[in-house]
Design a protein around this ligand. Structure first.
Ligand SMILES: NCc1[nH]cc(CCC(=O)O)c1CC(=O)O
Length: 308
């Protein structure tokens, strides 16, 4: 079987797609790579929330799939909006790489060791809120661009530290020392560290691709999307969600919604049963709403709309 596989053109996206191609080759599937430039790639000087959120990395690829130009597509799963077209199911999620945020500093300092008023680079509103909750004295500045660009900006001295996903660094072969940020203080973006393969509903490719699915990661990422789906706002507002199998029967879940300035937040943190995960994850999502999660999301969206 031959498939045309769509991907963004960043070095991280190409690295992820090559991994999927190799896995499909082992299933007897030949893939032909097609690079699609997305709006998120075209306007690297603007924060994602000004480009319509993480959909900025996906819209054009979805369009090419629906037009028949692509058979499947590979995405960083956290870049897939919560709402997805029914015609484009996620047919496989690869075994999760590191879910953690990572702090990089030029001298190896930790967040606790950085001086008063240190400048931290990130464009993730979630990371910004979590940093300000942890160190309200820090000056958090926007940091966009691909991994290579971000590392160069750190070396240039513009920032005292930058925060990015550990998975991206490791997939690119960057074996540089980082400080892994714990999930209690830095609950990751939903689906961080996971790679998704999207196919077309009803196509033969949908079944073929499902052969490379990692069942536990598929369930963990589905739970995270249920949690953020309850409070809404997508990934452009400060929301963290992380689910991890602790054994075959139990799954630990943590999710939080923060104010943009990190001054307050609501969270849920519990262990649910694997054989009833959809219902129990939804109950935790509803608890997050009851605690004020939806209100915090709306406050963030209103502030961003007024700022534009
Ligand atoms: N659009 C940002 C993005 N999307 C996926 C990753 C990292 C890889 C992953 O989370 O799977 C990143 C970079 C970052 O958050 O530092």
């Amino acid at each position: 079987m031959d498939l045309i596989i769509g991907t963004r053109g960043s070095s991280l996206a190409l690295t992820q797609t090559r991994r999927v191609s190799q896995m499909l080759k082992e299933e007897g599937v030949n893939t032909f790579l097609k690079i699609i430039k997305t709006s998120g790639d075209s306007f690297t000087d603007r924060p994602l929330h000004e480009l319509g959120g993480v959909g900025a990395f996906v819209r054009e690829i979805d369009e090419r799939m629906l037009s028949g130009e692509l058979d499947i597509a590979v995405h960083s799963m956290k870049d897939l909006p919560t709402e997805r077209p029914e015609e484009l199911p996620t047919s496989a999620v690869l075994k999760r790489d590191s879910p953690f945020d990572a702090l990089l500093t030029r001298d190896g300092s930790t967040l606790d060791e950085l001086p008063e008023g240190a400048v931290i680079g990130t464009t993730s509103l979630r990371r910004k809120s979590q940093v300000l909750r942890y160190r309200p004295d820090f000056d958090v500045q926007s940091l966009r661009g691909n991994i290579d660009t971000r590392l160069k900006k750190l070396e240039s001295g513009i920032y005292d530290g930058i925060i990015l996903a550990e998975a991206g660094l490791r997939r690119m072969g960057w074996d540089i020392p980082v400080h892994q940020l714990d999930t209690d203080h830095f609950c990751p973006s939903a689906n961080q560290g996971a790679i998704a393969v999207v196919a077309k509903s009803g196509d033969e490719s949908e079944n073929v691709v499902s052969r490379i699915n990692h069942p536990q990661t598929k369930i963990e990422t589905e739970i995270e999307r249920i949690l953020i789906g309850n409070v809404g706002g997508g990934c452009i507002v400060p929301i963290g969600a992380y689910a991890e199998f602790v054994n075959d029967e139990k799954i630990h879940i943590r999710s939080e919604v923060l104010a943009l300035d990190g001054s307050h937040y609501v969270a849920v943190d519990d262990v649910i049963s694997a054989d009833n995960y959809k219902e129990e994850a939804n109950e935790l999502g509803e608890e997050l709403v009851r605690k004020g999660g939806k209100k915090l999301v709306q406050e963030a969206l209103d502030k961003m709309a007024n700022a534009e």
